[in-house]
Design a protein around this ligand. Structure first.
Ligand SMILES: C[S@@+](CC[C@H](N)C(=O)[O-])C[C@H]1O[C@@H](n2cnc3c(N)ncnc32)[C@H](O)[C@@H]1O
Length: 275
C-alpha cells in the first residue's frame, strides 16, 4: 500500500519541514506518558564541568575559599553525578572546602550510591570518560571500581522527594544540580518541582538544569530571575544529546539548536546564575 504522502506529493515537503517536526515533538510531549528513568553517567558533560570550574565557582567565591561551597545534587540516581561533581571540584584550582549533598526519591538507589562501588559498564558506557577523570575518581579493586576516599568523603546521600512540601528543610545551597529529572515528569509536576528547586538557591547561587522541557525552562528561569550562562552552551547541548531520545520522536529529545531565536540563551543554556 502506498504511503499517503506518495499519493499526495504536495504533502511530502510539508511533512518534512522543521515545522512539522516541531509539531510532532509537541504532540509527543503532550500525549506520551512520562516515566521515571534512572539513567545516569559519570562525567556526563565535560563541557559543563569545565564551566563549573572556570566560571561558576569563581563567581560564587571570587576572593578565596570561605565559606565552604555547598552543592545539592537532586535526582542523583546511583551517585555517578554527585561523585563526578566532587571529583571535578577536587581536581580543579578551587582550594576551599566543599560538600555535595545528594538526594533521590528511590531509597534502594540511595543505598547503592552510598557504597561508591561500580562495575565497569556503569563507567565506560560513555564516550566522554577520560583517563584523567578515571584516575582521579576511582581505585580499581578486582573487577570493581571504588570511588577514592578523598572524593567520597565530600559526598552524602539521603532520600528526598523533590515534590514534597518539606524541601525547604534541606536549607540553601550555593550550587543546585537538578538534571534529567524534570523532563520525566508531567508538566504540572515539573513546574511544582522547579519552584521547590529554586527555593534551595542561596542569594548568590547557580542552578544546573539540563533535561527539562525547553519551554518550561525559558518561562520559569525568567520568572525566578535567573540569568543564563552561555559559555560552552553549544558543546554542552551537543553532549546532552548523546544520552537522550531522538528528536522529535521522544519527549526527551532535543531539537536542533536555533541560535537565532530571541530566547536562545534561556532555551539552550543549562547553567543559570542567581544574584
Ligand atoms: C534520569 S535520572 C538522572 C540522574 C542524574 N541527575 C543525571 O543527570 O545523570 C533521574 C533520577 O531522578 C530521580 N527522581 C525522579 N523523581 C524524583 C523525585 N520526585 N524526587 C527525587 N528524585 C526523583 C529518579 O529516581 C532518578 O534516579
Amino acid at each position: 500500500m502506498k504511503m499517503l504522502s506518495e499519493d499526495l506529493p504536495v504533502l511530502k515537503p510539508i511533512w518534512n519541514t522543521d515545522t512539522m517536526k516541531h509539531v510532532r515533538h509537541w504532540w509527543v510531549r503532550r500525549f506520551s506518558p512520562r516515566d521515571r528513568y534512572t539513567l545516569t553517567r559519570f562525567y556526563r558533560s565535560p563541557s559543563q564541568y569545565d564551566v563549573l570550574c572556570r566560571d561558576v565557582v569563581p563567581y560564587l567565591r571570587p576572593d578565596g575559599s570561605e565559606p565552604p561551597l555547598t552543592v545539592a545534587c537532586l535526582g542523583c540516581s546511583n551517585g555517578a553525578e554527585a561523585y563526578s561533581i566532587a571529583s571535578v571540584l577536587k581536581s580543579s584550582s578551587y582550594r576551599g572546602q566543599f560538600s555535595v549533598a545528594a538526594f533521590d526519591i528511590d531509597k534502594e538507589l540511595v543505598a547503592r550510591a552510598a557504597t561508591g562501588r561500580y562495575f565497569s559498564p556503569e563507567i565506560f558506557k560513555n564516550p566522554f570518560i577520560t583517563e584523567t577523570f578515571l584516575q582521579s575518581t576511582f581505585e580499581r579493586v578486582d573487577d570493581r571500581y571504588l570511588v577514592r576516599p578523598e572524593v567520597k568523603q565530600h559526598v552524602r546521600f539521603a532520600v528526598q522527594d523533590i515534590l514534597s512540601d518539606d524541601m525547604q528543610q534541606l536549607g540553601r545551597f550555593d550550587i543546585v544540580y537538578a538534571q534529567n529529572i524534570l523532563v520525566n515528569m508531567p508538566p504540572a509536576l515539573a513546574r511544582r518541582a522547579f519552584l521547590n528547586i529554586c527555593q534551595l538557591l542561596d542569594e548568590r547561587a547557580a542552578l544546573f538544569v539540563d533535561g527539562v522541557d525547553l519551554g518550561l525552562k525559558v518561562r520559569w528561569t525568567r520568572r525566578c530571575g535567573l540569568r543564563p550562562v552561555t559559555t560552552n552552551m553549544e558543546e554542552i547541548y551537543r553532549e546532552a544529546k548523546e544520552f537522550l531520545g531522538e528528536w522529535p520522536y521522544w519527549y526527551s529529545g532535543l531539537e536542533p539548536l536555533a541560535a537565532t531565536r530571541r530566547d536562545a540563551a534561556w532555551r539552550y543554556a543549562t547553567i543559570f546564575l542567581k544574584g
